[in-house]
Design a protein around this ligand. Structure first.
Ligand code: B12
Length: 265
């Protein structure tokens, strides 16, 4: 059934995908397993986009499918932990980036794990993070981004929080797409995570929250520890492609991987 769901999403069969997800939930399959299938399907969609087989409409439809499935999954995860709200986490997709599927999954995994989550949405400028941190005084700020461009926005956000004297009071974690240890170091954030469970684990480190776990691949770490080969390779490919373009080099907001403050893992 798991493969079927991955294929239904990847092949753009919206009705079938939603029906399968509901069937799986009714059959008692762990909600986090369904989210993992969604992630696998998005990898296939992303590859087809890269190969020129899919275009923006397919990406939008895939995004819609994931949102519908997430809406089915979320209520099944509620109540699995103590409903009492604990530490505050501020979440947002950084300036210039409108990808929110991964951010929303992070958001609801934090939510069902008892965190008090505030979502600033997408394309969030550094000033909005600063203002909200002043107002809400969260313990954790989670920055999400899927575009290479978002690395610079993450850095600017961390710098803005620092300049406002707010960084010492909050842990800043980054994640999304190809974000890894190098991006974490580059942005000045405290930690990075490659999936929603990692976000929960990282947020939990500064609190004493209970955690709902479910066997989903989870990889998160402080910037100093090792990062995955795969995501490093993707970042390097993205950076190499950027360097091939003279125009991009001229206006390049993200520095070369060797030097400019970035360190190999
Ligand atoms: C769906 C999609 C879209 C949809 C987004 C819909 C939506 N509502 O989000 C739409 C169509 C809008 C879109 C637009 C664009 N996209 Co797009 N998109 C994708 C796609 C296919 C999937 C991304 C996704 O949602 N994955 C699903 C989630 C669940 O993935 P995930 O990474 O496993 O999520 C986990 C982690 O990231 C982590 N996480 C996320 N945030 C955080 C935060 C913290 C703190 C932590 C710890 C963890 C964490 O937890 C998540 C859940 O476990 C990717 C390709 C891909 N394979 O990734 C391209 C991709 C990201 N898009 C890309 C591009 C280029 C664009 C556009 C510029 C296209 C265009 N020419 O207009 C625009 C960008 C506009 C903008 N300003 O942002 C490129 C980015 C390339 C780059 N390196 O910059 C990609 C990689 C496609 C490609 N191969 O070229 N896109």
């Amino acid at each position: 059934m798991s493969d079927k769901l991955v294929n239904a999403i990847a092949d753009m069969n919206e009705d079938e995908a939603l029906a399968l997800a509901k069937e799986m939930l009714d059959a008692g399959i762990a909600p986090v397993q369904i989210l993992e299938d969604c992630r696998l399907a998005m990898e296939v969609v992303g590859k087809r986009f890269e190969q020129g087989r899919y275009f923006i409409p397919e990406l939008i439809l895939a995004g819609e499918m994931l949102k519908s499935i997430s809406a089915e999954v979320k209520p099944r995860m509620q109540g699995s932990v103590d409903a009492k709200k604990g530490a505050r986490v501020l979440v947002g997709t950084v300036k210039g980036d409108i990808h929110d599927i991964g951010k929303d999954i992070v958001l609801f995994m934090l939510d069902v794990n008892g965190f008090d989550v505030t979502d600033l949405g997408v394309d969030v400028p550094p000033e909005a993070f600063v203002e909200t941190v002043k107002k809400l005084r969260p313990q954790v700020v989670a920055l999400s981004g899927f575009l290479t461009l978002s690395y610079t926005s993450m850095k600017e956000t961390v710098e803005a929080l620092q300049a406002a004297g707010l960084h010492s009071g909050v842990k800043i974690m980054v994640g999304g797409g190809t974000v890894d240890e190098q991006v974490c170091t580059y942005s000045g954030a405290d930690a990075f995570g490659s999936d929603a469970m990692a976000a929960v684990t990282l947020a939990k480190r500064s609190t004493a929250q209970p955690q709902v776990s479910g066997g989903v691949r989870s990889h998160g770490s402080l910037c100093r520890s090792r990062c995955g080969q795969e995501s490093r390779a993707v970042v390097r490919r993205a950076l190499a492609a950027r360097h091939r373009s003279a125009a991009a080099q001229a206006a390049r907001p993200y520095p070369h991987p060797i030097g400019d403050g970035l360190h190999a893992c």
